[in-house]
Design a protein around this ligand. Structure first.
Ligand code: SF4
Length: 505
């Protein structure tokens, strides 16, 4: 769509005359950008600063003509802004960074830029795990929660100018910033924003996202649980910070038709049922970003059904009871069975369950157990869907460094599950929607890689961005996973790891 058509369909777009204009760039298309609460929060934060405005730019949709990148609000070329601020959510978006820089006529690599080029900074969810592959492209990387550091950086830029050398000198030693020229491969700790800055709330509503016209508001930040594969676990930024019910409800603008409650573990909010009731009693639809099966109740699912839910989506993550224990996921088979019962009672169309395959220590028997569980679920609810993703070890988690299970193994487990479901006559009732094992391997190589992985992404993108191009580029740049373990840990090692972690709590 043309930028004018997109703007015409938006509500809440911010326009402002300002001395300093920042190009706020998202390295995925509009639909994904406008579904990101973090991106919208930084948009709000920058606009809230006197004399500062933020104009959005996104990766054009696939097949868009090769021409320069302009911002939505002004139509001005991104390359003419003094500062480009990127929000990067996950590893496979880094190719979008390369493409948007190319389209902006800015040298992709920091080392090739001159003083006349803009300052290029990044933040976003990826910085919680491994921002090292971003290093070749960015002058400054804001780590973790960016509400305060982005303001500090803008103030510094206004004081000293947005000249990279002067900004580097002013930021050296300050917490919350990764300065690749100074820190190399050693990434400093992430920043935590003040509690008073919560909740993040969306600014713009648009029909052109997955969450069509939904007002998003943070219900909690972080998580108090300890799943061993998860970057947002309790050890990150002090665990779960809860937004009071009254604050959430008072912040919903009049006339809002759909409300999205956002957070890593929203159903762990102590007042979740009351909050959802407040939303739906006001005649609004509701969405929740993270339903935990062990927190569902008949009352809550009934409220969700009243609030427009058609699919009840929960995460189980491990394929079997044993694997869920290995990753310290508190969901049990009984919780999934209860979820199916609630979904059936309240006539929800589908029960969707997220699972991981290729978790360390997993065997064929774990997949067979999933087939057995599928029989029980399908006997309760006629439409079950599994979203299956291969396990990818992330930095800053206890399972950091665990090797990728291997594309053939993940594909073999998927085939086994498929065969088991067919043999049980469940093909029509239980649908399997897997994510590609090949691209999960690419994600793994980046998630576990150093800055060289960024150079490989750039080369792979320039070579067409196929899986073969990535494979070749990783080999050419000698990209190697560099986490603390070089093999799958044994069960005893996992137990020792657990003890070690308990001792540090
Ligand atoms: S996977 Fe979910 S429940 Fe587990 S630690 Fe992460 S956010 Fe919390």
């Amino acid at each position: 769509m043309d930028r004018r058509d997109l703007l015409a369909d938006e509500r809440g777009t911010l326009y402002k005359e300002a001395e300093l204009r920042v190009a706020l760039v998202y390295p995925s298309p509009y639909r994904a950008a406008m579904s990101s609460l973090g991106y919208q929060q930084i948009y709000r934060t920058l606009h809230g600063m006197p004399g500062v405005a933020a104009d959005r730019a996104m990766l054009p949709d696939e097949g868009a003509p090769e021409r320069g990148l302009v911002t939505l609000e002004t139509g001005q070329p991104v390359g003419g802004y003094p500062v480009l601020a990127y929000s990067v959510a996950y590893e496979l978006e880094i190719a979008g960074v390369v493409e948007t820089l190319e389209r902006s006529n800015i040298p992709v690599l920091v080392k090739d830029r001159e003083r006349r080029h803009p300052l290029v900074i990044a933040g976003g969810p990826l910085t919680f795990s491994n921002p090292a592959p971003l290093a070749p492209f960015f002058d400054v990387i804001l780590l973790g929660e960016g509400e305060e550091t982005v303001k500090e950086l803008m103030e510094i830029g206004r004081d000293v100018g947005f000249d990279r050398e002067r900004v580097w000198a002013a930021l050296a030693g300050k917490p919350g910033y990764y300065l690749p020229h100074l820190h190399g491969e050693t990434v400093p700790p992430v920043a935590q924003a003040a509690d008073e800055l919560l909740p993040a709330r969306s600014v713009i509503a648009t029909p052109h996202t997955e969450l069509s016209d939904m007002f998003m508001t943070e219900a909690a930040r972080g998580c108090s649980r300890g799943c061993t594969y998860c970057v947002m676990r309790r050890s990150t930024n002090g665990g779960m910070r809860i937004v009071p019910r009254e604050t959430i409800i008072a912040g919903i603008p009049a006339g809002t038709r759909r409300v999205g409650l956002v957070g890593a573990a929203v159903t762990d909010h102590p007042d979740i049922a009351a909050i959802v009731r407040d939303v739906v009693d006001g005649g609004r639809e509701v969405g929740i970003s993270s339903l935990r099966a062990d927190k569902l109740t008949d009352e809550l699912v009934g409220l969700l059904a009243r609030g427009g839910y058609r699919t009840l989506t929960v995460a189980a993550d491990g394929a079997s009871e044993r694997m869920r224990r290995v990753v310290e996921r508190s969901t049990r088979a009984e919780h999934l069975i209860n979820s199916a019962k609630f979904a059936a009672t309240h006539r929800l169309h589908t029960l969707k369950v997220y699972m991981m395959l290729g978790v360390p220590g997993e065997t064929d028997a774990d997949v067979d157990e999933l087939v057995q569980l599928s029989k029980e679920l399908a006997a309760i609810h006629p439409r079950v869907a599994y979203g299956l993703a291969p396990f990818v070890a992330k930095r800053n988690t206890p399972l950091d460094g665990t090797p990728f299970a291997g594309i053939p193994l993940v594909e073999a487990r998927l085939a086994r599950l498929d065969k088991g479901l067919r043999a049980a006559g469940l093909s029509d009732k239980v649908k399997v929607r897997p994510t590609s094992a090949r691209w999960a391997w690419v994600e793994y190589m980046i998630a576990q890689g150093e800055s060289r992985a960024g150079l490989a992404i750039m080369d792979a993108h320039k070579a067409g961005g196929s899986f073969a191009a990535y494979k070749k580029a990783f080999a050419a740049h000698d990209v190697q996973p560099t986490g603390p373990r070089a093999r799958v840990p044994s069960s005893q090692e996992l137990i020792a790891l657990k003890r070690q972690r308990l001792a540090t709590l």
